[in-house]
Design a protein around this ligand. Sequence first.
Ligand code: AMP
Length: 228
Amino acid sequence: MRILLIGPPGAGKGTQAVRLASRLSIQHISAGDLFREHIDQGTELGRNARTHISSGRLVPDGITIGVLAERLGRPDTERGFLLDGFPRNIPQAEALDGILADSGSGLDAVLDLEIPEAEVVGRIAGRRLCRRNREHIFHVDHSPPEVAGACDVCGGELYQRDDDREATVRRRLEIHRSETAPVVGHYRAAGLVSTISALGQVQEVLDRALLAIGQGQGRVDASGTSRR
Ligand code: AMP
C-alpha cells in the first residue's frame, strides 16, 4: 500500500506512522527524520534545512522534493510506503503525483489526523524522543517511559526537539492551516481521504486508522472516522 499521513504538529503522526508501517509491512518515510539525519551528519543540506526547521518554517520545496524523490526511488519502497509529513503544500503534492505517475503507481489512501488546536501545545510540550532512535517517542504524561529520561526500548537518552518550543509550535500550526490543509482538499477530490480523530489512546487511533484503510479487525466502531 502507498499511504499519506497528514495532520498538524502534535496529532501523533510519527507515533501512528511507525505502528501503521510496521503493521502493514511497508516503509515508514518521515520527511522530518530525513532532514534530521542530514543535520546529524552535518551535511550542507542539513545545515540549510536546520535554519528553517528551528524557526518552524517549511524547508524550501526545491530541497524537500529532491530529498523525497531520492528516498522514494530506493528499491525498499516497491512493496509500499507510508509518507509521514510529505507533501506539506500543493507544489509538493503535485511533485509527488508526478513522481508516482512516472513510476506507474499512485496512492491508495490519505489519512488525515484531526485534533483541536487547543490540544496540540500541551501534547508537543510533553513530547520526548530517543536520541538513539527517533522512532521511539514518549510523552511525559500520556505515554511516559518507565524510567524518567530513558527510552523503554533501548535505554537511550530522551530529549525534547528544539522546534517543540511553544512559539515555534504556533508558527508550525499556522503553516499547517495555510499550506498543508489544502493538500487534504487536493486528494479529497480523488476520493482518497479519510479524516480520523487523533484524540484518545494510541491504540484507539491506530485502530481507527486501520479501519479507515480497510485493514481493521472489526474491534472498534468507526465513530472517530469519516470519509469526506
Ligand atoms: P516533522 O518531524 O514532520 O514535525 O517535521 C519537522 C520539521 O521539518 C517541519 O516543521 C519542517 O520545518 C520540516 N519539514 C518536514 N517535512 C517537510 C516538508 N514536507 N516540507 C518542508 N519542510 C518539512
